[in-house]
Design a protein around this ligand. Structure first.
Ligand code: FAD
Length: 488
């Protein structure tokens, strides 16, 4: 346990990976922390449960291994030996009536290698012929931001957008390419495209700049990414922090010395006074919490849309398949108008899952894109039937699954629509006007786990800086931490 008397009392609202990471950083640095999670369990979009006797993630199932933040966190928690890596990364795309291997040499679907693209047969001959026009076309005017469809379509043609970029981005944001921001969702490629007239040349420069032996793209935990929240919560508690569940925060208001949180149901509210607050909940609940104290931030946050989705996980006896799936999975472009947008053969991608059950095939089928809410307004049985139909069609499955699990993620993924980066800058500027308040999580600088970890660390650092400043200017002898209300 660290000495918590020299800093303040910080409330962290939200027990997803961002809130837990922020709480961990704060507790490590001597703050007194109370984390408040509204539901019965911490974890948010990270949750693991058993299907056919095997622990399989219900939400996020992997994290980027080419960014440091997720790996650092796992190692810091002493879980480095639980890291697991994919058995294969060979994925496919369903296009024009067949599965095709994902073309090599592409960046988020934008081709850098036109020969590999042609070989993959993902595009029609007409679509393929359009791609190299990018090399000779004049610069595409783009101002501050354009949609992915507008910019990538103008450069390499609509078919690349529909059959490569859309399914890949769909896997991350479950969004619509007509609305997603090129700048906010295509990261390094967007930066490179500022110094290359041709998008193909920009994609080539991104690939050339990558290290020669970068190692695996993804990693997971042997017990599932859903094991991370419990480990984080345990560490926060070990460091002297308090982790509360079923503690929905309904209001946030300023007091002379800090902030007052109203927690729990309206008929039986509880008040908690603290020196500082990290808000690590999705954009809409953040907007509600900031409505009174920062209407400007609340208005911007209220404009962040979310996509809902369902993950249907099916477990089959391997004999149900004509041959054991060899690929990690495949994507289905929205233009194919099918229910399922992606299938992950979890037992192939993560061989450790079925070490003890070699006769099992586990497939995760993802349903639902932004604006497709009707696709989810179906019973569990109907969603299961849609997933089974998909597997019968592409993999020739003939038997019924031995187990099935439907995980619904209402408002699962924020949509980084055109203007997202400027919107986030305005939100941050407005929140900066609230002393001791910081925001973090998937709504801002990236939806992936490493990005959420970084945003949480940044929020924690901001709050610690505030507490330090207060400590220095504090004329009373009373330690800052003792002025906050007690955690319940
Ligand atoms: C189906 C799915 C699959 C994904 N797959 C991957 C993947 O493979 N790899 C990857 O890197 N990312 C993946 N993601 C994205 C990633 O999991 C999320 O972006 C990330 O986990 C979000 O973390 P967070 O802490 O920002 O928010 P959340 O996980 O949403 O946590 C917020 C928490 O705040 C709580 N809360 C809300 N309001 C209140 C309130 N008023 N008071 C108290 N508590 C409140 C919620 O109950 C929740 O627990 C996936 C997302 C989904 C939905």
């Amino acid at each position: 346990m660290t000495d918590q008397s020299h800093r303040g009392h910080v409330a962290v609202i939200g027990g997803g990976v961002a809130g837990l990471t922020a709480a961990h950083e704060l507790a490590k640095n001597g703050a007194r922390v109370t984390l408040l999670e509204g539901t019965a369990d911490v974890g948010g979009k990270l949750r693991v449960s058993e299907i056919a006797g095997v622990s399989v993630d219900e939400g996020a199932e992997a994290m980027l291994a080419r960014r440091p933040e997720g790996l650092e966190l796992v190692r810091e928690l002493g879980l480095g030996d639980r890291l697991a890596f994919p058995g294969t990364t060979s994925a496919a795309i369903w296009s024009r009536g067949a599965l095709h291997p994902m073309p090599a040499g592409q960046v988020m679907g934008v081709p850098a290698d036109l020969v590999a693209l042609a070989r993959s047969q993902v595009l029609s001959p007409g679509g393929l012929a359009r791609v190299p026009l990018d090399l000779v076309r004049p610069e595409t005017p783009r101002g501050e931001d354009l949609s992915v469809a507008d910019f990538v379509g103008a450069r390499v043609g609509r078919e690349v957008v529909d059959r490569l970029v859309e399914p890949l981005l769909g896997g991350v944001y479950a969004g619509r390419v007509e609305e997603l921001s090129f700048e906010a969702t295509m990261g390094g490629l967007a930066v490179a495209s500022r110094s290359h007239r041709s998008l193909i040349a920009a994609a080539r420069s991104v690939i050339e700049a990558a290290p020669a032996n970068p190692g695996p793209v993804f990693t997971t935990l042997a017990d599932g990414m859903g094991a991370l929240p419990g480990a984080l919560a345990a560490k926060v508690t070990e460091l002297g922090g308090i982790v509360r569940t079923e503690a929905m925060v309904r209001e946030l208001s300023r007091t002379p010395g800090g902030w007052r949180l109203t927690i729990g149901p309206a008929r039986d509210p509880e008040s908690l006074e603290v020196d500082a607050v990290v808000i690590a909940v999705p954009a809409r609940p953040t907007a509600r919490l900031l409505r009174e104290e920062s209407p400007a931030a609340a208005a911007e946050l209220g404009r962040v849309e979310y996509a809902s989705m369902a993950i249907v996980t099916l477990a089959y006896a391997v004999t149900a398949f004509p041959e054991r799936p060899r690929r990690s999975g495949y994507l289905v472009p929205a233009v194919e108008t099918r229910d399922v947008k992606a299938v992950t053969f979890s037992s192939t991608k993560w061989p450790h899952l079925t070490d003890g059950s070699p006769g099992l095939v586990v497939a995760r089928c993802s349903i639902g894109r932004y604006g497709d809410e009707h696709a989810l307004q179906r019973s569990d049985e109907e969603l299961k039937a849609a997933a089974m139909t998909e597997l019968a069609r592409t993999s020739g499955v003939t038997e019924l699954p031995i187990d099935a699990r439907i995980s619904r993620w209402g408002g699962g993924l924020p949509q980084y629509t055109v203007g997202h980066l400027e919107r986030v800058a305005r939100i941050r500027a407005a929140v900066a006007g609230l002393p001791g308040v910081a925001v973090c999580g998937a709504a801002y600088d990236g939806v992936g786990i490493p990005a959420c970890v970084l945003s949480a660390r940044t929020a924690a650092a901001r709050v610690l800086e505030h507490l330090n400043g207060r400590g220095e200017s504090d004329r009373s002898d009373e330690p800052v931490g003792e002025r906050g209300g007690r955690a319940g």
